[in-house]
Design a protein around this ligand. Structure first.
Ligand code: ADP
Length: 381
């Protein structure tokens, strides 16, 4: 690109990082350059980068000329290294060797200011002054809500790409990063099982997932965890926790020697608890096992909060393939003169573009119930 008449497409990653973001960036940049001959402008640190770059233009036309010159003068890898540059013209080399790398080389961020319409308007104004033909937003629920605002307000074409390990976006069967996070969870369970087996223990592992139990549910199904506790059935009372402890004890009575319990971070308690779920459950279970006359009074419970371990790591082939398919679908819409706004989504294993604000897929709800039933029946002793 030698000037801005080529009308670049802007791309940003926002909110929680997810494995597969880099694979998407690579596919998107390469398809832009190789297939469509359209340059791609990477935005550093999500909406924050947009806001900061647009703030630099507040004092007039000269700043716009400077910004354009900087973008053209310091492209690709050099631009990525130059931490002060918010907009980077991506070239082939800048996305080389990043395919499976976790996180995002563009950087991601949360940006509270982007909730303000005036701040968004300035960002849009800047994108228009740069001749940007469309913007692609890669991220989770919040980021895609921000993208929807942009689509409603700007007149720019806006394409969202779901990327979150939480799998809490109900309009798509899968988001980027979910497959990798499930793999990581299975790996973690495999490690904890060694100790649980050797010491005949109960291990309570707290997973991520925000308000959704999907990651825990899929992790349990893939790892064979003995129990999975998800937020969807409602808050855990003391009675419910006793019931769960009694179920574990029942398994022990029938010959089970250890148990892995996955609890999703979205699980709430009634009455509410300030501590991590894994610790609350440890105390409740331990209290039950140590009641007078208990057959397993020496059964030990150990908690662990897996936390950000689940967000990082090398993206699985499935996430990399999904990234390429999402990138292709995004370009198809951008290159269509009648192209719409929307979010790439997986439906019945096909990649589609669905409108912003699409309702939950009924199949997702059904699948959740099926997974719960499978987990229950597969782990029963
Ligand atoms: P995620 O995309 O992982 O769900 P967040 O919910 O933190 O992460 O959202 C990421 C960013 O998206 C926010 O920091 C904000 O910049 C933007 N965003 C979220 N919700 C809105 C909204 N309602 N309007 C405008 N921007 C939003």
């Amino acid at each position: 690109m030698t000037d801005f008449s080529d009308q670049p497409v802007a791309i940003l990653m926002s909110g929680g990082d997810a494995p597969g973001m880099n694979a998407f960036l690579r596919a998107f940049v390469r398809l832009g350059l190789n297939r469509h001959g359209v340059p791609v402008l990477g935005v550093r640190d999500g909406y924050r980068g947009l806001v900061r770059a647009s703030r630099g233009l507040e004092s007039g036309a000269e700043e716009l000329v400077n910004l354009k010159q900087e973008i053209l003068r310091i492209p690709g890898q050099q631009g990525l290294i130059n931490g002060r540059q918010h907009l980077i013209l991506m070239d082939h080399a800048s996305v080389s060797g990043i395919m499976g790398k976790g996180g995002t080389i563009l950087g991601s961020a949360r940006c509270l200011e982007f909730h303000e319409p005036g701040v968004r308007a300035k960002a849009v104004e800047m994108l228009k002054q740069l001749g940007v033909r469309a913007i692609v937003v890669v991220g989770g629920d919040g980021s895609l809500t921000g993208a929807n605002r942009l689509a409603e307000e700007s007149g720019l074409q806006v394409i969202g790409v779901p990327a979150t390990i939480d799998n809490d976006l109900q309009f798509t069967e899968m988001a980027l990063g979910v497959d990798t996070a499930v793999h990581t969870l299975v790996w973690a369970v495999d490690h904890f099982i060694d100790t649980a087996r050797s010491h005949r223990r109960v291990m309570v592992l707290e997973t991520m997932g925000r308000a959704s139990g999907d990651l825990a549910r899929m992790g349990a199904l893939a790892s064979g965890a003995e129990m999975v506790i998800t937020p969807e059935p409602g808050p855990l009372t003391d009675e419910k926790m006793e019931e769960l402890a009694a179920r574990i004890e029942g398994g022990m009575t029938r010959g089970r020697a250890h148990a892995i319990v996955l609890v999703a971070e979205g699980v709430n308690f009634d009455p509410p608890q300030a501590r991590n779920r894994a610790y609350v459950l440890m105390d409740a279970f331990q209290k039950y096992f140590q009641r007078p006359g208990s057959p397993f009074s020496d059964l030990e419970v150990r908690p662990s909060v897996l936390g950000h371990l689940q967000r990082g790591g090398h993206a699985t082939p499935q996430d990399c393939i999904l990234a390429a398919r999402f990138a292709e679908r995004a370009w198809k819409e951008i290159m269509n003169p009648e192209g719409a706004n929307g979010i790439t989504a997986v439906r019945q294993a096909q990649v589609e573009l669905v409108p912003f604000g699409s309702p939950p897929m009924p199949e997702r709800t059904a699948f959740t119930a099926e997974m719960d039933a499978l987990n229950r029946d597969l782990s029963h002793w």
